[in-house]
Design a protein around this ligand. Structure first.
Ligand SMILES: [Zn+2]
Length: 400
């Protein structure tokens, strides 16, 4: 049996390995001496930790830093070829997968249409086919795989890898990890889509090194990834961030929401609300069905109805965001997800509305911006979940 002391030492070493790996991830290239200075650990400890990470092939030496007065030092950075990751997004009417390297660069990407009326079994089977294509690609190109990860439009249970409820798919209690680890032999991860997108921004996007930011995943609905005090905030049951279903308008202007409530924020600020506003403006002049991409095309042509419909939804989005800005005082609010198609037309009205409706002292401390990954935010987020797990627990890696 391990003594408490040995277990304690192993824990400290894991924490230090993670600390060094994370620093290399955010600040590379770095020398061993720079790592010692940045972590406060002594040089021999840092050297031993670096050797361990080199042996695990998670980092590599990238060249010599010969600037400055001291002895030239070997620089270290994350090894992009350390392992590949398969990310999956289960949309309402599509399935997307992405294969990335260890620094989030896309190696392969596939999209297929999915029938919202199809059985869960059929949709999962479609996903499996795409995953198998990515696995074959890895075998053919000599990539080892760290894991397979799902961004879910709903609530999840992380320990069991269970999808609890995805309202837009109408799936309940689906054992995603059990199903896909059985079929692929890969380590399977699962996360809510907005949370996954927040992790992607933190690791690879516009929120690197930020401790407090809010990611707003906007599409069919509005979901929030609350990244507070340097980590995701999940709340008691893992439901934190269900921002779309907070009421923002008083009677008599309340619209019914899919959740069964009235006046939910997302009914005024989602992609659907833009389409509804455009329909109202066009009235009898509308022919054919409207989509967000058609509205975008109209906005590009300078169509006032399209531009105003988007801006109105932006104002409504800003009203809800102002409450979050007052509550959490974030450094950034990042807008991403399918609504990014019209992001450039949406952003100015969101910014204006946030500064109008939140407290002035807080608003000036908050930047409202667009996601680095736009409509792909949760897909890249799925892959980012695996990278984040490895940065936390470098000794737990599995390659297949
Ligand atoms: Zn609702």
């Amino acid at each position: 049996m391990k003594s408490a002391n040995t277990a304690g030492q192993a824990f400290v070493r894991e924490v230090n390995l993670s600390l060094v790996l994370r620093l290399i991830h955010t600040e590379a290239p770095l020398s061993r001496a720079q790592l010692a200075a940045r972590t406060g650990l002594n040089k021999s400890t840092v050297s031993s930790l670096v050797e361990d990470l080199l042996d695990r092939n998670l980092i590599h030496e990238t060249g010599v830093n010969s600037t400055g007065t001291g002895r030239p030092a070997m620089l270290l950075e994350i090894n992009p070829q350390a392992g590949a990751i398969i990310g999956v997004e289960l949309g309402v009417d599509f399935i997307a997968i992405v294969l990335t390297d260890f620094v989030g660069r896309i190696l392969l990407r596939k999209n297929v249409a999915a029938d919202p009326a199809a059985s869960q079994e059929k949709t999962l089977d479609q996903a499996l086919q795409l995953i198998n294509e990515a696995i074959c690609f890895c075998h053919d190109n000599g990539h080892q795989i760290f894991g397979l990860s799902f961004a879910i439009p709903g609530t999840v249970e992380l320990n069991e890898g269970l999808l609890i409820f995805a309202p837009n798919l109408n799936w309940h209690n689906t054992p995603i990890r059990k199903i896909f680890s059985g079929q692929t032999g890969l380590k399977v991860f699962i996360e809510n889509d907005a949370n996954a997108a927040a992790i992607a921004e933190h690791l690879f996007g516009v929120a690197q090194e930020l401790n407090d930011f809010i990611f707003v995943f906007a599409g069919v609905g509005l979901g929030g990834g609350l990244f507070l005090n340097g980590q995701l905030y999940r709340g008691r049951g893992g439901y934190a961030g269900e921002i779309g279903h907070t009421s923002i308008m008083a009677e008599p202007f309340q619209l019914p929401c899919r959740c069964g409530n009235l006046g939910c924020w997302e009914t005024y600020a989602s992609q659907e609300s833009i389409i509804r506003r455009m329909k109202l403006r066009l009235g009898d002049k509308q022919n054919g069905s409207l989509s967000i991409s058609l509205i975008k095309q109209a906005a590009v042509r300078g169509d006032e109805n399209a531009i105003e419909s988007i801006a109105e939804a932006g104002t409504a989005m800003g009203i809800g965001l102002a409450g979050l800005v007052n509550t959490f005082n974030p450094e950034k609010v990042i807008i991403g997800g399918p609504i990014s198609v019209v992001g450039e037309y949406l952003l100015p009205s969101i910014q204006k509305s946030v500064s109008k409706y939140s407290m002035a002292e807080i608003a000036v401390q908050t930047e409202v911006c667009l996601s680095e990954f736009g409509a792909d935010a949760s897909l890249i987020g799925a892959a980012a979940i695996v990278v984040d797990d490895i940065l936390r627990n470098p000794t737990h890696i599995v390659r297949r």
